[in-house]
Design a protein around this ligand. Structure first.
Ligand SMILES: Cc1ncc(COP(=O)(O)O)c(C=O)c1O
Length: 435
């Protein structure tokens, strides 16, 4: 047995199967967009810790910020003894997030925890109980977040009953339009449908918040039409509903804007961030209208590790690196190249049913048949395995796990990017020959 196999056997002996693993690979070190495993094999990383490493692995400035902080202290608990980095980071996010109104920010540890806090804030501020979420949405795995998540297997199956007062709308999934319409002649019916939804599912005056991903992440890199969020936001505003943007996967530059909702010219009432916010350290944030954020009583929000000082320092360094390295322009360039390559592959391989993207959030949906659009779930897994054998780490997405979703660090070099894309091309060629 080689070292990866030995470690995998130990992993299986001591760790339950629930916490899943996409690749049978153990990391030794990582730098930029390359991960080296315990046997010295190098992989180009198109997964980025599921969109956590936008600033790149082992960024020198982020590591320096972490080192500087741990030499002073690692934790005091913000609720016991405060520290400046929490305040400084909140101030920066308040000015960085969309919306020309007074804002406040609080921190938590994970995406799911931040999602849960937004629901608490929306309920408290409105005095209402219901939340509207979407089909194909992913908002996390804790029980309330899981209840907002859409995909049954493996996420929800066997874990019910779910949290009450959650109502689910179809998303703007144009490739598989839930209304059987075509954009633009559809006139974005899927967004206007919210008004009808208030008659058929839940009355508007009972709805505290509507939570939505500006581009579906786990749901398969689905990009709604440009009018979509403006319409949803207006209906929410007219009905006193808090509009919550879950920017956990889209945020921090993935779509070539700091936040994907900026492409839609919409300012959310509450914006949720996590993943790439702190260069791989656990941290999440909620930034929102000051009056909403201030609504819950003192002690109503918080957590022992929330906004840990090491994570806050790392996040400040991440923001500096975004500016210094102009990672938004880099995301734009990466996205253009990936989209161009995926479109070229679409013309050659009929297994590709759809290619779509926003900035560097570019997805490729695989189908067994372009006419029936039957998801090519097994083939997607095979493609990911083939790519790993050739030194490229990728992950899938989608309710049917049939979408390739590259989440490479934005510091990837052109040469690494081309190598990665060539491996995908090679994998598709092999898949084609398998048939
Ligand atoms: C859009 C979105 N929301 C919430 C989450 C949950 O975040 P976490 O895994 O940090 O709890 C994720 C994680 O993939 C996500 O992509």
């Amino acid at each position: 047995m080689n070292k990866n196999e030995l470690l995998l056997a130990e992993r299986n002996r001591h760790i339950p199967q629930g916490p899943f693993n996409t690749h049978p690979v153990f990391a030794e070190k990582a730098k930029g967009a390359v991960i080296t495993d315990v046997e010295g094999k190098e992989y180009i990383d198109f997964a980025g810790g599921i969109g956590t490493m936008n600033v790149g692995h082992s960024d020198e400035e982020v590591l320096k910020a972490i080192r500087d902080q741990i030499q002073k202290y690692t934790h005091t608990c913000f609720h016991v003894v405060m520290y400046e980095s929490y305040v400084e980071l909140a101030k920066r996010l308040n000015s960085l997030t969309p919306g020309n109104f007074p804002k406040k920010t609080m921190f938590a540890n994970s995406g799911a925890e931040a999602v849960e806090n937004t629901i608490k804030i929306a309920r408290h501020a409105t005095g209402r109980t219901a939340t509207i979420a979407f089909e194909d949405a992913f908002h996390g795995r804790t029980l309330l977040a899981l209840s907002l998540t859409s995909k049954m297997k493996p996420y929800k199956f066997g874990f019910g009953p779910y949290a009450p007062e959650i109502y689910r709308m179809p998303y703007a999934y144009c490739y598989r339009c839930p209304f059987g319409l075509k954009y633009p002649s559809c006139e974005v019916e899927c967004a206007h449908f919210l008004k009808e939804f208030f008659h058929t599912h839940i009355s508007a005056e009972q709805v505290a918040g509507l939570i939505v991903e500006p581009v579906l992440g786990e749901g398969g890199f689905v990009v709604p039409p440009k009018e979509y969020f403006g319409i949803l936001k207006k209906i929410c505003q007219d009905n006193g509903i808090v509009f919550i943007a879950d920017e956990i996967q889209t945020g921090f530059g993935r779509t070539a804007r700091m936040f994907a909702i900026e492409h839609y010219d919409v300012a959310p009432d509450l914006t949720i961030m996590a993943k790439s916010i702190a260069g791989g350290l656990p941290l999440s944030a909620i930034t929102g209208k000051a009056d909403l954020m201030d609504h819950p009583q003192v002690g109503g929000l918080g957590g022992t590790f929330s906004g840990n000082p090491v994570s806050c320092r790392a996040a400040l360094a991440v923001l500096d690196q975004f500016e210094k390295k102009d990672l938004l322009s880099r995301a734009e360039k990466i996205g253009k190249r990936v989209l161009e390559k995926f479109r070229e592959l679409y013309d050659r391989y009929p297994i590709i049913g759809d290619v779509r993207g926003l900035g560097a959030m570019v997805g490729m949906e695989l189908v067994v048949n372009r006419r029936t659009k039957e998801p090519a779930t097994a083939q997607t897994k095979r493609l990911i395995d083939l790519c790993r054998e050739k030194g490229l780490l990728m992950i899938s997405a989608g309710t049917h796990s049939n979408i390739i979703r590259p989440l490479m660090p934005l510091v990837i070099t052109d040469e690494q990017l081309e190598r990665g894309l060539a491996v995908i091309e090679d994998g598709l060629h092999n898949l084609h020959q398998d048939k």
